[in-house]
Design a protein around this ligand. Structure first.
Ligand code: ACO
Length: 379
């Protein structure tokens, strides 16, 4: 026991062998099953990327058509799940509603028998298909509106937008959202994926696996950072204050939200793609002040944080895109979950292939061999 080395945050400790995604943090490289994420964001769709992550290969036309058809077919929720969502407080965070909705869904569908590949695939399809509907239903209900039924003639991304706004997105918005989903679909052994794999290793049902991962994604050091970036930019208020605010924040050891990453020591490649997507969108709509401010913060941070390997991560620009589309701030992290469920489920299937229950060690630093004092003798 005395020889064990404690690595806070499990930094640099491998917890699995995985063939799903790869990061080179020094070269800003992220690959899903060997394909660069930039290429997928440009050429692929979320549905196709999800298949790639889950199966390891790009689908052929027929496989993709069947997968897409099945996803569309499983978007609807049981009325009891909608009733459950109705009972949740309107002021609650949609991530908590999503976690509750996913966990409860596991009570309706056969998922306990995780040794059956066909049943597991049904769970995969149901989970990917239903997450957007749960989030949109909660959002509509908290506004006092009836949920909007999903449409099976729309893509995954377009249907989510439609269920939020009761309006079809333009092809460019639909493509933008789709690319955001691709960019967030998988990211090696991060906190939520690890959390899902730990739950998977107990052979728990996939709805529980995904609800564990959703819970872990909520925190501001993980998925929750995209909301905090917007709060931070609003607090700064104007482009002219960017440099002085940043310098003061670094001086007082404040964490800059949307900056820094355990693995990337250069700018997160997803942030670069998202920024390009944002720039393209702003050609049509004009650059919002908040985007100009974000760019100034990045510029001001470069000479101070850059040498320490702290650069914008995926969350720095994603929230600005979603806000420009009129999406509520507290839906940013749920959108992350709509995408990441593909990666979580790929890890679930991979974990099951060669499972051993996670049971790490601890280094005990508490007291030992103490006498038990009867209650009346305690000071
Ligand atoms: N702003 C300022 N300084 C930072 C930042 C930041 N955003 N991130 C790290 N640092 C500094 C720390 O203060 C620390 O400095 P020190 O060595 O002088 O104490 C050093 O860099 C190492 O930081 P850690 O927090 O120990 O790095 P770790 O790898 O554990 O954390 C994390 C990574 C959590 C992402 C961190 O960079 C952070 O808190 N960033 C802000 C929140 C954020 O944007 N999260 C989203 C991450 S991406 C995602 O989950 C999708």
């Amino acid at each position: 026991m005395a020889d064990l080395e404690y690595r806070p945050g499990l930094a640099d400790v491998p917890v699995a062998e995985s063939g799903i995604s790869f990061i080179d943090g020094k070269r800003a490289r992220l690959e899903y099953r060997g394909i660069a994420v930039e290429t997928l964001a440009q050429e692929s769709t979320f549905e196709e990327t999800a298949w790639l992550l889950l199966k390891g290969e790009l689908p052929n036309q027929r496989d993709l058509a069947v997968f897409d058809h099945n996803l569309r077919h499983h978007r609807r929720l049981k009325f009891r799940i909608i009733d459950l969502i109705k009972c949740l407080p309107e002021s609650g965070h949609p991530m908590d509603a999503l976690q509750a909705g996913v966990a409860a869904s596991g009570m309706f569908y056969p998922g306990r028998e995780v040794s059956n590949p066909e049943k597991n695939w049904e769970s995969v399809v149901r989970l990917i298909a239903k997450l957007p509907t749960i989030i949109a239903a909660f959002h509509r209900l908290r506004q006092g509106n009836l949920p909007i039924e999903p449409r099976d003639d729309l893509s995954h991304a377009a249907n989510f937008y439609y269920m939020l706004f009761e309006e079809e997105p333009s092809p460019s918005i639909s493509r933008l959202l789709d690319a955001c989903l691709i960019l967030h679909a998988e990211h090696t052994m991060n906190a939520s994926t690890f959390s899902g794999r730990v739950t998977a290793s107990t052979l728990a049902n996939p709805y529980t696996v995904v609800s564990s991962a959703i819970g872990t994604l909520t925190g501001p050091l993980h998925g929750g950072a995209n909301e905090e970036v917007l709060d931070m930019l609003e607090e700064i208020g104007s482009v002219v204050k960017a440099k002085s605010w940043l310098e003061e924040a670094v001086e007082s050891k404040k964490k800059i939200m949307g900056f820094g990453h355990r693995v990337y020591k250069v700018k997160d490649p997803r942030a670069t793609v998202l920024q390009d997507l944002a720039e393209n969108m702003f050609v049509e709509t004009g650059k919002p002040e908040i985007y100009k401010l974000a760019v100034e913060i990045e510029k001001a941070a470069l000479p101070i944080l850059g040498p320490r390997g702290i650069y914008p991560n995926v969350d720095f620009y994603s929230g600005i895109i979603y806000q420009s589309l009129g999406i509520s701030r507290d839906l940013f992290t749920p959108i992350f979950a709509i995408a990441r469920v593909a990666g979580w489920l790929a890890h679930w299937l991979e974990q099951l292939k060669n499972n051993r229950i996670f049971r790490p060690e601890q280094i005990y630093i508490g007291k030992m061999d103490r006498p038990y004092l009867p209650l009346q003798n305690r000071p």
